[in-house]
Write a protein that binds this ligand. Structure first.
Ligand SMILES: [Zn+2]
Length: 92
């Protein structure tokens, strides 16, 4: 009845692949470690992060858009092998 949203209680991030907003916990955080993208499923690693749905389609979209170098503020291209492996392993 207050008219307030629950935006603060449930933080949202935008997937760099499909550009849809989702709850932070439903997205996979990607961080840069020594020039390579690494998955950060617990969201605890320091530094700038990019968020993507843990799905190959979103990862492919993000790669095609060069979204990771832009989101992480670095010159591309980036090595996404670890992220891809993580997503493929966690997919059903
Ligand atoms: Zn997505």
């Amino acid at each position: 009845m207050s008219g307030r949203t629950h935006a603060r209680a449930c933080p949202e991030r935008t997937c760099v692949g499909c550009r849809e907003r989702a709850a932070k916990r439903d997205l996979l955080r990607i961080v840069l470690i020594k020039g390579e993208c690494a998955p950060d499923p617990r969201g605890t690693l320091p530094g700038r992060g990019a968020y993507v749905h843990p799905a190959s389609v979103c990862l492919d979209l993000a790669v095609r858009r060069r979204a990771f170098p832009r989101a992480l503020r670095v010159q591309g291209p980036l090595d996404l092998a670890d992220v891809r492996r993580y997503i493929e392993q966690s997919a059903p």
